[in-house]
Design a protein around this ligand. Structure first.
Ligand code: FAD
Length: 385
């Protein structure tokens, strides 16, 4: 897909490929087995400046938008889905901070992120409202020149490993659904973590529950102004979040396809001397898998490009892209398990990990059902909510 990318972005993709093949891929089995946050990969991405992907160029970052997000998460997702998701959630959090950053926020967060000295992430989902991540019940009340935040978040990817958390909250006097995002520093008093993440898949994510108990944040940690919260959800959070996830799951699907191609080429039956790749039926099934992956990739890059261009039809494509990528990942990995025969079914095979990782795609908000509903509403010209 590099032929669709600008020169600077191609170089970033090549850099990410190096991290993916030399660090993230080789570590992926251990990350999955031990449910270990992908420390070495994240540090390598930071050391190479890639964690500054969505920091504006004038602050020392790469100034990339959705296309950059799509390209890098795909490359990383092919090697280790947890690394792709941890990196993606950092970049989404960064994009949210960058959208309306004050000069104090630029100095405190964006410049250090560009230098690879600060990691962040997004803490939106809550137990109470589940898949409706845009309806937080975490409360924020004024306190002198700042705020006090009380509440709880669930599934905070990168939880306990990064320097700050972009937290969605509802102002006490706000109407239904209104919220503000604030940046909470990791070492703030009142921040505590629930049990370590032990997921079915995405086991390196460290997607942990977070409790915010009377956490005081300075006034200059509020992102944007009180009241423009909905703008954040649809203009920044959703496009970046969805693109990061779609990129990751296209990467997962491609990884499963790669394994299938290799297996069909290598596996020969003694009684025929023929490689499985020579069997018509299997060639046909590979053709079907290739079409699914390529269509999802094209939709992802098309949607990301429309988003970067500010096209009025970008939103429908972006919503559809994540739902489609999750569906493709689950289908393709499932089929790859069949084509891989008994060896694919052994305990801890790479395909078994990919199957578990792929399953998160449907439930990570916005879920496949909600996105498909919203894509339909968007195509009909109806309000999403
Ligand atoms: C690996 C992983 C990483 C995550 N990382 C993050 C993160 O970094 N930050 C973050 O904020 N969150 C994160 N999440 C949370 C995630 O985005 C979702 O919020 C969460 O998984 C869904 O909430 P729930 O389990 O309560 O689902 P529920 O709300 O119980 O939903 C269950 C099912 O019902 C469906 N459903 C619910 N309501 C409706 C409706 N009205 N119409 C149609 N269908 C409906 C949903 O689509 C879903 O399929 C992560 C989750 C996972 C699994």
């Amino acid at each position: 897909m590099n032929e669709y990318l600008s020169g600077p972005l191609v170089r970033l993709v090549e850099q990410a490929e190096t991290v993916a093949t030399t660090i993230a891929g080789p570590a992926s089995e251990q990350v999955d087995r031990d449910a270990a946050w992908p420390e070495a990969s994240m540090r390598a991405l930071a050391a190479g400046g890639l964690t500054g992907l969505t920091v504006p160029a004038h602050l020392g970052g790469h100034g990339q938008g959705l296309l950059g997000m799509a390209a890098l998460t795909e490359v990383l997702g092919r090697a280790c889905a947890s690394t792709a998701m941890c990196f993606g959630m950092h970049c989404v959090g960064t994009a949210v901070i960058a959208a309306k950053a004050t000069s104090a926020q630029q100095d405190a967060y964006l410049r250090p992120i560009a230098r690879g000295e600060h990691l962040t992430t997004l803490a939106l989902s809550e137990t109470g409202t589940g898949a409706h991540f845009f309806l937080p019940q975490t409360r924020m009340r004024p306190d002198g020149d700042g705020y006090v935040v009380d509440g709880g978040k669930q599934f905070v990817t990168n939880g306990g490993h990064v320097d700050s958390y972009v937290v969605s909250t509802t102002a006490e006097d706000a109407g239904g659904g209104e919220f503000s995002c604030v940046v909470v520093d990791a070492d703030s008093e009142g921040v505590s973590w629930g049990a370590p993440w032990a997921g079915f898949g995405m086991r390196g994510n460290s997607s942990r529950p977070l409790t915010l108990d009377g956490v005081r944040v300075d006034g200059d940690r509020l992102l944007g102004a009180e009241g423009d919260q909905v703008w954040y959800v649809f203009e920044v959070v959703a496009p970046f979040f969805l693109t990061a996830m779609a990129g990751t799951y296209v990467g997962v699907a491609q990884a499963a396809l790669d394994i299938t191609l290799q297996h069909l080429r290598d596996r020969r039956h003694a009684h025929t001397g023929q490689a499985l790749a020579d069997v018509d039926l299997l060639q046909h099934r590979v053709g079907q898998l290739w079409m699914q992956v390529e269509k999802s990739r094209l939709l992802l890059f098309h949607a990301a490009r429309l988003g970067d261009l500010g096209s009025p039809v970008a939103l429908t494509a972006i919503l559809a892209s994540k739902a489609d990528a999750a569906t493709t990942a689950v289908n393709v990995v499932n089929e790859a398990m069949t084509l891989g025969g008994g060896i694919a079914y052994r305990e801890n095979s790479t395909l078994s990990r990919l199957l578990r990782d792929a399953r998160a795609g449907h439930v990570m908000s916005p879920t496949t059902d909600l996105l498909t509903l919203w894509a339909g509403r968007s195509a009909l010209g109806l309000p999403l909510l």
